[in-house]
Structure formats: C-alpha cells, structure tokens
Design a protein around this ligand. Structure first.
Ligand SMILES: [Zn+2]
Ligand SMILES: [Zn+2]
Length: 191
C-alpha cells in the first residue's frame, strides 16, 4: 500500500518537457485525512475531484485545475449538519528542480517567496498543498445552516426555530441574583 500522502502525487511522465506541450488529467483523490477547517471539512475517505491541465513552460510545469468537493460540518449556531459544495479554480507553477538550483546562486532572487515555491520532484507533482489551500480558503470558519439561523436557547439547548414563540425560562436577572446573594450574606456579616 502506498504511503498516505501519495494520493496527492501526480506523475507527469506523459508530458513532454517542451514548452507549449499540454496534457489533461482527471483525478479522483480519496483523501486519507480530512481537508478543511475545524467546523467544516471534506471528511477522510471522501473524494476530491480534480480536472487538471498541465502545460510545459520554460521554468517548469504550469498547473491549471478545477477542484470539486463537498465539505461537511456543523452549523456554528444550531449544530445542524451543513454541506457545502466547493468549486475552485487554481493555477500554480511547479518549477523544475535544476531551475531552482540556478536561482539559488542569485542571492536577490533567493529571498523572494522561496518558501511558497512549488517544486517538481523529478516527474512528480505533489498537489497536496495547492489543493488543501484552495479548499481551506473556500470554507467559512463559522459555517451556518442559513444566514438567518437563530441558534439555540442558551438555557435548554432547544433550537429557537423549533421552540414555541413564547418560549422562556424563569431566570433571575444576574443583577438581582447578585443582590439576593448579598441579602442572604448580610445577617452573617452582622453577627
Ligand atoms: Zn443553524
Ligand atoms: Zn430554552
């Protein structure tokens, strides 16, 4: 069995290394671990579809891709299940390794966003970080079942949408609760 992150790797040996050459790939990536944010993510075992177009350019391989996936999570207010269809276009340049070697000899270029650079590993492109970034950016940190979701009653946890209109609890206002406590404490204080 391949190592888990291998599912994101695309071998591009069919793409001639001549500027202008192009190949298209349809990938179904079954993700070994969830991809997303805390409250909503593409769950482990689900499939991310990637329609990728690879183009040989002088410096490396240009990836243009459309990503389709369904993220599943919970409404941040009422905890109902939420599903979100993700459709995202990405474009990334993967540099040939030897081009990077050459760039490294130029100290000025070396400092320029070298950490964000994507590198070919021989013929292999690792699509994990571009796909992960695209999906994370497409997801809300606080997913809602609807913008109007009223959430839950803080006292009983009932869903406001399902509770009767006059739903209320007998609660003592926090300020009066404080006074009541004082009133009880006071006789002790005098004794
Ligand atoms: Zn909700
Ligand atoms: Zn309640």
């Amino acid at each position: 069995m391949p190592k888990l992150p291998e599912v994101y790797k695309l071998n591009t040996y069919e793409l001639p290394r001549r500027a202008g050459e192009m190949r298209e790939y349809e990938l179904d990536i079954e993700v070994p671990e969830k991809v997303g944010v805390e409250l909503i993510a593409v769950p482990a075992g689900d499939v991310i579809e990637v329609d990728a177009r690879l183009e040989s350019v002088t410096e490396g391989v240009l990836l243009s891709a459309e990503i389709f996936a369904v993220a599943k999570g919970q409404c941040g207010r009422c905890l109902d299940p939420v599903e979100l269809v993700i459709e995202k276009r990405i474009q990334e340049l993967f540099l040939y390794e030897q081009k990077v070697e050459r760039k490294k000899r130029t100290p000025v270029l070396d400092d320029l966003d070298s950490e964000d650079e994507l590198l070919m590993e021989g013929d292999v492109m690792d699509l994990e970080s571009p796909i992960r970034d695209a999906i994370v950016l497409a997801l809300p940190n606080n997913p809602l079942c609807s913008d109007e979701c009223a959430g839950l009653c803080p006292n009983c946890g009932g869903k406001w949408a399902e509770l009767p209109e006059n739903h209320a609890h007998e609660v003592i206002d926090a300020r009066w609760a404080g006074l009541a406590a004082l009133a009880i404490d006071e006789p002790d204080f005098k004794n």
